[in-house]
Structures are given as C-alpha cells and as structure tokens.
Design a protein around this ligand. Structure first.
Ligand code: ATP
Length: 245
C-alpha cells in the first residue's frame, strides 16, 4: 500500500542525508515499529510517508501512485487518510477535549466552517464515539491543558480516529509518558489498529515495547535502513549494532 523507492532526504545546509536510499513497502494490517538512535532519521522517515517532508531523491507511492505525481486534491486525501500522533500531543491547550477532537475533521471541511468552528450534530457524535473508543473518562467539555499526559494522548488518538484513517503514523507517541501509561497507550494503538485493519508505523525508543507489540520492526542507522524483520529476529547483536553498545 505504501512503498519507498530509493528515498533520500538531504536537508538544506547539511552535507549528510537524513535518509539514504531507503527501499521498503508496507501493507495493510502491519504494525511497524521504527527503531534507531537519536538523529538516525526516524522522524524524517515518518514525515515523508504522507508528504509532510518532501524527498530529495526517489519516490514514495501510495497504492502505486507517487506522491510527487498526485494533484493537490489527491495529496489532501492522503493527509486525510493519515492519523498522526506525536510525542507532545500537538493539542490546543485552551480548547476542550471535544473541540480538539473535532479539529481532526478540518481536512474534510470548507475552511470557513473550520474558522467559525461549525460542526454538525453527526460530526459531534463522531467525536463522542471516538472518546468512548479511546476509553477517555473525562468530561468532553474539559480543557485539555488540565489533563494528564496519558489522557492528552488519548485525546490525540481520538482526534486521529475521527479522520477515519487508513494509516496511523506515530512520532515517539509514548516518549513523554511513564512506563505504565506508555504501555497502555501502545495497547490502545494496537487494538485500534487491529479493529480498523490499518497500516501503523510508529517510532519508538523503547525496544521492549516494540518487540511486544510490533508485527514488524525496521531500524535506521545514519539514515540507512539496517534492519527489517519480525520482532523475534531483532536480537542483542542487532540491538548493539543499532545503538552502538
Ligand atoms: N529541519 C532540519 N534541518 C536540518 N537538519 C535536520 C532537520 N531535521 C532533522 N535534521 C537532521 O536530520 C537527521 C535526522 O533527524 P531526525 O529528526 O529525522 O532523527 P530522529 O531519529 O527522529 O531523532 P530523534 O529521536 O532525536 O527525534 C539528524 O542529523 C538531524 O539533525
């Protein structure tokens, strides 16, 4: 469904590519964890998938069509199909839980409707259903700035769910959570992934979490793809190779 062909990314003003000649394909149903040291290229990799980061060489294809050959409308559709979850949640602190979740529908609406916060009752119903799906027990009208990290990440996942995504992309979604909360959020991501038969591609520092939940692990080192396989194959030697211990 998503294919990287000889993808390289060189940021302006740098001499070392952040991604180097990456070739990889992802299919529906795969729950992929991306491992690598800080600076290995994980965020760049994730951001390339839906075109947030343009590639310098090579191409990324969705259903056999290159992002570079798509019209603006098709590129927008790719973004709509991609639910993104970030380390720092990227919520609007002074807005309520339900208002934050409704922003997940922005890609589907006319810009003036977004500007004045115009959502119909069906859309509000979607948001309330998403709150239930992520098992968030706080009042929907509560401001998100007062929530715990785990609750904020549940709001962010609910926001991704109202997009009706086909793909989940996570950029260190549990890095600022305590270990127990991190595991519960991963569990929620995996359950949602299975229920909706998504492609999920998630950066994570915690190898134990990756091995517990991933159906496939890939690892980057200095922008190169150096491992691609089932979690059982990611052994101590590979760990040492990736993290240089
Ligand atoms: N906007 C940018 N301009 C220049 N260089 C960048 C930019 N963004 C990232 N880089 C560089 O590209 C390389 C890969 O960075 P990236 O953020 O993708 O790695 P990462 O594995 O996600 O790291 P971390 O775990 O610390 O977030 C690093 O050397 C980084 O300094």
């Amino acid at each position: 469904m998503i294919e990287f062909q000889n993808v390289s990314v060189l940021y302006p003003g740098t001499t070392e590519p952040a991604l180097q000649d990456v070739n990889v394909t992802f299919k529906r149903g795969e729950f992929v964890c991306v491992l690598g040291k800080s600076g290995a290229g994980k965020s760049t990799f994730i951001r390339c998938i839906n075109g947030l980061q343009p590639v310098s060489e090579g191409s990324i294809k969705w259903e056999n069509k290159s992002l570079a050959d798509m019209s603006n409308k098709e590129n927008l559709e790719v973004r709509q199909k991609t639910g993104m979850i970030f380390q720092h949640f990227n919520l609007i602190p002074r807005m309520s839980v339900v208002q934050n979740i409704l922003t997940g529908l922005f890609g589907y609406k006319k810009s003036y409707e977004n500007l004045i916060g115009l959502f119909n009752s069906t859309e509000r119903q979607y948001a309330l259903e998403a709150i239930q799906q992520v098992e968030l027990t706080v009042e929907p009208t509560r401001r998100v700035e007062n929530l715990s990290g785990g609750q904020k990440q549940r709001v962010a996942i609910a926001r991704a769910l109202v997009q009706n995504p086909k793909v989940f992309l996570g950029d260190e979604p549990v890095a600022s959570l305590d270990p127990g909360t991190a595991e519960r959020i991963f569990q929620l991501l995996k359950e949602t992934h299975v229920k909706r038969n998504l492609v999920s591609i998630i950066n994570v520092h915690d190898v134990v979490l990756a091995k517990k939940f991933a159906t496939r692990i890939i690892a980057l080192k200095n922008g190169k793809l150096v491992f691609d396989g089932v979690p059982e194959k990611f052994d101590d030697l590979m760990y040492a190779e990736i993290y240089n211990y």
